[in-house]
Design a binder for this molecule. Structure first.
Ligand SMILES: Cc1ncc(COP(=O)(O)O)c(C=O)c1O
Length: 399
């Protein structure tokens, strides 16, 4: 711990420990718990920044689609962004006629295009060929955009990187530039553009660099468009740096190119609102290491397993006296969360709470080995915990 930010985070976490001691002992596990007040505060915070910049704020449903959470977010945003027919239906059902629905996907299914175009207001095609194939299947009044791949990478792990080599995501900016130079009519008929080229980035300088590249390479497409969607991939929280670059990026697009600007973050709304509460089922020893087996599994936190990150545990402390490998309870040998240390020894029945796991986990969780999906609880501002959903055997065994 060295910066003020680290100290503030440590302080916030230490405040959560007594709260979650109570919560964890009052509910069956495994359980996802979502902190209502956090989501509300975060919505207000992001909306304030979007308003100051003068851009429209959408929530990207893919991070978490819990209806209860969507109802919480809905009053703070101008719409939702979706990736599929089902997400567009959820978006429209939640918003009614009060907000806009944007959609982009590399996998438009021909038989769904018409229906999607009726639920959505904005459809950004992923490629020119996708657009050409489906341009006559669309409902009237749909705003038609193209996802551009800016071919500027900020991520070390190519699995997260929409601008990785040979990416399937978006029309490469170099091809668009070439089409413009050759006077091709291919880009005519678009009303807007979308790009999304980052993941969990706190640094808005990267967004500004991307916008500058768009201006340099395809400035005349910007000039001939009415709107642009800057995607998600940024964290609007205490980790954010260079927020001025965000304001500059939006200002440039609005004032120099006369564009309506949208942003569609997902994770930053809900990531730190989510906790996975579990119970130690067994303690075993192997090769001199203590192993604690939990009643959850990496299949309840697929993001940490897929991308190889170690989830944070509330009572984990640096140089704690009692160290454990924390493992899940499936037959998979690699069903392991990582090594942690604690001030007190773990026992069978001890609760272990992982935090910062609110985005992209519940939506991907599965029931390998027949383990129940975690139940879902809401933690309200007054400390009350209410059940949002638990899963029946029938729901769990449907696939
Ligand atoms: C097109 C698009 N927009 C928005 C998002 C949301 O990104 P994040 O949750 O990282 O903010 C994603 C995430 O993959 C995306 O692909």
């Amino acid at each position: 711990m060295n910066s003020d930010r680290d100290l503030a985070v440590a302080h916030e976490i230490s405040m959560l420990i007594p709260v979650f001691e109570q919560v964890a002992n009052s509910i069956p596990t495994p359980a996802f718990v979502y902190e209502e007040e956090f989501i509300r505060r975060q919505c207000e915070h992001i909306r304030q920044i979007a308003d100051k910049a003068g851009c429209k704020l959408l929530y990207s449903l893919k991070a978490l689609t819990l209806p209860w959470v969507l109802e919480l977010i809905e009053p703070h945003v101008q719409g939702f962004s979706a990736s599929s027919l089902y997400e567009s239906i959820i978006a429209r059902d939640t918003l009614k006629m009060d907000g806009t629905v944007h959609l982009t996907t590399p996998g438009l299914r021909p038989h769904e295009v018409r229906e999607i175009s009726e639920y959505c207001d904005f459809l950004s095609f992923n490629s020119i060929s996708q657009w050409q194939r489906h341009k006559d299947d669309l409902a009237p009044n749909l705003e038609i955009g193209l996802r551009v791949n800016p071919e500027i990478s900020f991520l070390d792990d190519s699995r997260y990187d929409p601008c990785r080599a040979y990416s399937k995501l978006g029309a490469p900016i170099s091809s668009m530039k070439e089409a413009l130079v050759n006077g091709s009519p291919l880009l005519r008929g678009l009303s807007g553009l979308l790009f999304h080229n980052n993941c969990n980035s706190p640094d808005f300088q990267e967004l500004l660099l991307t916008v500058k590249k768009l201006e340099t390479e395809i400035g005349c497409v910007l000039d001939n468009s009415q709107w642009i969607n800057l995607g998600g991939g940024y964290l609007f929280d205490g980790d954010s740096v260079n927020l001025d670059s965000f304001y500059e990026a939006v200002w440039t697009l609005k004032s120099k190119h006369n564009l309506e600007v949208y942003i569609e973050p997902g994770s930053t709304f809900v990531r730190d609102a989510g906790f996975l509460v579990s119970t130690v089922l067994d303690l075993v020893e192997n090769g001199g290491k203590e192993i604690a087996i939990l009643d959850t599994s990496v299949n309840h936190l697929p993001e940490s397993f897929e991308y190889d990150w170690r989830p944070d545990v509330l009572t984990d402390i640096k140089h704690g006296r009692y160290s454990y490998i924390i493992a899940g309870s499936t037959c998979l040998a690699g069903d392991v969360f990582g090594e942690y240390s604690f001030a007190e020894p773990l026992e069978v029945g001890t609760k272990v709470v992982m935090h910062g796991v609110g985005s992209y986990n519940l939506v991907k969780a599965h029931t390998f080995n027949g383990l129940p999906l975690p139940s879902i609880y809401a933690l309200h501002a007054d400390g009350e915990v209410t059940l949002v959903k638990d899963f029946t055997l029938k729901e769990q065994s449907q696939k």
